[in-house]
Design a protein around this ligand. Structure first.
Ligand SMILES: Cc1ncc(COP(=O)(O)O)c(C=O)c1O
Length: 344
């Protein structure tokens, strides 16, 4: 069956992964490389994707089959079993579920209303109360958590591990600094909705060489000596090829999204997330605080502490669940003018 070339019309009622169809040829050439080499997993394309991610973010990287695989590698490496870990309630359930799967005791922290990310004030209060071994800081929406510096400073001073959930943060930066470089580890997702996707996929980044080495073994049953935990969290070469192409296109995607946001969405949405000086959002989501007619929905409908029945008062997380919406902002350069018609 022949595939139709070229991007289709943007249709916000039907979510479409923002693959740039000009990249088909490049992608198919990489897939041919995998077939020619007859190396289908954990090979040169995976390594090339990791190298590209390192060049982009300035920190060593290990590719995995999903965010979850990378998260479990980090949580096991830091031996969080039976220890308390602070986690924002305004995140995807993956964050607390992976912590629980690794045996950690999760305590939820509130967010700020202005950036949807962990609040330093509530983090400090919860750190005082629970003496955590670690905190997971989630960068929600494509920008970086505004309190990243303060939370990282507190963690340094109090010997708390800082792990960043970078699942939304592709292309975001703050004064040139990328997500995943504040903490002891950063965990990325390339799941289907992400700013660049590999279908499924993840990446662990860390300044700790021992963690990088541990994660490489962790994703492959801890071969050859099985001296540490490990299962199959490998990335296939075909998946890695999508990642390479995505990295090559990322800057253009982020520039495009920022351009559309500034010119076409900002004038219509006065009540929105406003970024501090020097911050660039990758615009995984364009978040507004007034209801909009043609919203693509919410980042999350229900805070995790409510889903999991934790009896803790997190008023800002509850407020955010009620009072934010996302305006459509899907990368698709060929249909740029159509945005006018589909966003209120
Ligand atoms: C904040 C956050 N953390 C973790 C994940 C989990 O990623 P994956 O599906 O690759 O395991 C997601 C995925 O959507 C996410 O949004």
């Amino acid at each position: 069956m022949a595939l139709e070339a070229g991007p289709g019309p943007m249709n916000i009622d039907r979510f479409a992964i923002g693959f740039d169809h000009r990249d088909r040829e490049r992608l198919f050439a990489l897939w041919e490389q995998a077939l020619d080499a007859e190396v289908w997993s954990d090979g040169p394309l995976t390594q090339a994707f990791e190298n590209a991610w390192t060049s982009l973010n300035g920190v060593a990287a290990v590719a995995t089959s999903s965010w979850t695989g990378a998260a479990l590698a980090a949580f096991e490496f830091f031996e969080l079993r039976g220890r308390t870990v602070l986690c924002p309630s305004n995140t995807f359930m993956a964050t607390p579920l992976a912590l629980r799967a690794a045996g950690a005791n999760v305590e939820f922290v509130d967010c700020n209303r202005h950036d949807l990310c962990m609040s330093f004030d509530d983090f400090e209060a919860k750190a005082d109360r629970h003496s955590p071994a670690a905190v997971v800081l989630v960068h929600i929406g494509g920008h970086l958590a505004f309190d990243s510096d303060r939370i990282a400073g507190y963690c340094r001073d109090h010997d708390i591990l800082l792990i960043e959930d970078c699942a939304h943060a592709h292309g975001g930066s703050w004064n040139g600094r990328r997500a995943g470089t504040w903490g002891d580890a950063g965990i990325w997702s390339f799941a289907p909705t992400k700013t660049i996707s590999t279908g499924e996929g993840g990446m662990l980044v860390s300044k700790h060489a021992e963690l990088i080495e541990y994660a490489r073994a962790f994703r492959n049953y801890a071969k050859p000596d099985y001296a540490q935990p490990g299962l199959n969290y490998r990335m296939s070469e075909f998946t890695a090829a999508l990642g390479i192409v995505g990295v090559e296109r990322l800057e253009e995607i982020v520039t495009w999204k920022n351009d559309v946001a500034r010119r076409e969405l900002d004038p219509k949405h006065a009540a929105r997330v406003e970024f501090p000086a020097g911050m660039v959002s990758g615009f995984y989501k364009y978040v507004v605080f007034d209801p909009i007619e043609r919203s693509t929905g919410k980042v999350y409908d229900e805070p995790c502490h409510r889903v999991l029945g934790h009896q803790v008062d997190l008023p800002n997380s509850d407020w955010i669940a009620e009072h934010h919406w996302c305006a459509p902002l899907y990368y698709n350069p060929a249909v740029r003018p159509a945005l006018e018609a589909v966003s209120k």
